[in-house]
Design a protein around this ligand. Structure first.
Ligand code: UD1
Ligand code: CA
Length: 450
């Protein structure tokens, strides 16, 4: 139903966020690897909004930059003074005035709202409501506005302070998010006054406007978790926990085995194939893709990396940005990979740093191998061919190439290219002095006398 209707989403991102005790605007704090604002914009996009207005506070340059990064087509409006949430919505007056079927009002600090919930709100508009309020049954309703109903309609939203003892027992609370029928949105909003203790224009008063206009206001109920707002760092952490649970659940539903899901940290964009196994205590940063049948073992940390089919990573591995592992690669403990392509079946099983490199298919990288990619000024590449063998504790001083099938003797410091099928050994030759240790005490005694 909602797909045939046009929809303007207004995202309020003007919150001052002083309780975060942060130099950063509140909506730019992140959960699951992306800003609160980006989560909200993503929900709006998935709810099929046809246009989006982001309302920012004055001088909120960083918020504007983030909004444009996430949704370049969004229009930015500035609420130059904080006169309440209805006032903030009206900062986008010109966008509303252009005329749309649905106007959704969402909050940049309420990132867990689901697209399907926003769609249910839009469906209620399509069914004739002039105003839709998103409500929830609160475990502890204190502090929230209570929703008073008569028949199917909302009569009022009563703020805690103004509620009678009976009204305070109502557990259906206002989540804050609302949807307006586009044709009457401006008329509803313009009726809202600021005749209250704080002298602010409250969005909640839209209910009274709608009633006075003889139109209908309804409530759509959802879970409390979805309308969690972030005002403090503690709430940021609680919101993160709820989102992590959702992401883990979605990954498992899509065919990922998680041995101890509560110990795995995901990003909103973490992508898994089927039959992936994730052992306990793994952290996925942004931009990670894991293909079918790969195994990510305990205590690994992955960030902007790709893991191919059937590959094995960890335990204790670190994949940094630009790590690309093809199928059946093995990356073992205490191995760090950065900006490197590891081709099919190659192995680096112990204690290595592979950065700015290519490791050819079937190559074995021995324990303790280091690509010396940085000369103090610039980064250089190491290219290792297929089926090569890099002996343990080798240093490959880039730029350098090791040909297909070449061998590097253990402990080598390789500073020049190695041709295919060659052996390169670059280390001090071993010297053996027979009987040297047996003669040592006599030499020491002689030294004392002299
Ligand atoms: C609001 C509701 C309350 C509801 C609760 C749910 C009112 C009067 N009360 O209270 O019924 O239970 O949400 O969390 O609305 N904003 C601006 N500019 C402003 C003022 C607010 O952009 O000038 C934005 C805020 O950044 C926030 C949103 O509007 O995203 C809601 O305002 P807030 O002050 O947080 O309302 P609550 O006191 O939480
Ligand atoms: Ca709030």
């Amino acid at each position: 139903m909602s797909d045939q209707r046009s929809c303007l989403a207004i995202v309020l991102a003007a919150g001052e966020g002083t309780r975060m005790r942060s130099a950063r605007p509140k909506v730019l704090h992140a959960i699951a690897g992306r800003s609160l604002l980006a989560h909200t914009l993503d929900a709006v996009r998935k709810a099929a909004a046809t246009s989006t207005a982001v309302v920012v506070g004055p001088g909120a340059e960083e918020v504007t930059v983030e909004a444009r990064r996430v949704m370049p087509e969004a229009e930015i409006f500035v609420q130059s003074q904080r006169h309440g949430s209805a006032h903030a919505v009206l900062a986008a007056r010109s966008a509303i005035a252009r005329g749309v079927d649905d106007v959704l009002v969402v909050f940049g600090d309420t990132p867990l709202v689901r697209p399907q919930t926003l769609r249910r709100m839009r469906d209620a508009l399509a069914n004739g409501a002039a105003l839709v309020v998103l409500g929830f049954r609160a475990r502890d309703p204190s502090g929230y506005g209570r929703i008073l109903q008569e028949g199917g309609d909302i009569v009022a939203i009563r703020e805690e302070l103004d509620a009678s003892p009976q009204e305070r027992r109502i557990d259906l609370c206002n989540g804050g998010l609302m949807a307006f029928a586009g044709a009457s949105a401006l008329a509803i909003l313009d009726r809202i006054g600021n005749d209250n203790r704080k002298g602010e224009f409250y969005l909640t008063d839209a209910v009274a406007s709608v009633r006075a206009m003889g139109k209908s206001a309804v409530v759509i109920e959802t879970e409390e978790d979805e309308v969690r707002g972030v005002n403090t760092r503690a709430q940021l952490a609680e919101t993160e926990a709820v989102l992590q649970q959702r992401l883990r659940r979605a990954a498992m539903d899509a065919g990922v085995t998680m041995v101890a899901p509560e110990t795995v940290y995901l990003c909103a964009d973490t992508s898994f194939g089927r039959d992936v196994v994730v052992e306990p205590f793994v952290v996925f940063g942004p931009g990670v893709t894991i293909e079918d049948n790969a195994v990510i073992r305990s205590f690994s940390h992955l960030d902007r990396a790709r893991v191919g089919k059937g590959a094995s990573v960890g335990p204790f591995a670190r994949l940094r940005p630009g790590a690309r592992l093809e199928a059946d690669v093995h990356i073992g403990n205490f191995v760090e990979i950065k900006e490197a392509l590891i081709e099919t079946g190659a192995k680096a099983n112990h204690l290595s740093y592979i950065g700015d490199a290519t490791v050819g298919a079937g190559t074995n990288v021995g324990a303790g191998t280091i690509t010396c990619n940085y000369d103090g000024a610039a980064k250089h590449r190491t290219q290792i061919g297929q089926n090569a063998f890099i002996g343990s504790n080798s240093a490959l001083v880039a730029p350098v190439k090791v040909g297909d099938g070449a061998y590097i003797g253990a402990g080598s410091v390789i500073t020049g290219d190695v041709p295919p099928d060659a052996l390169a050994v670059a280390r001090g030759r071993q010297v053996v002095k027979e009987g040297w240790a047996r003669r040592l005490p006599a030499r020491k005694a002689a030294r004392k006398k002299s």
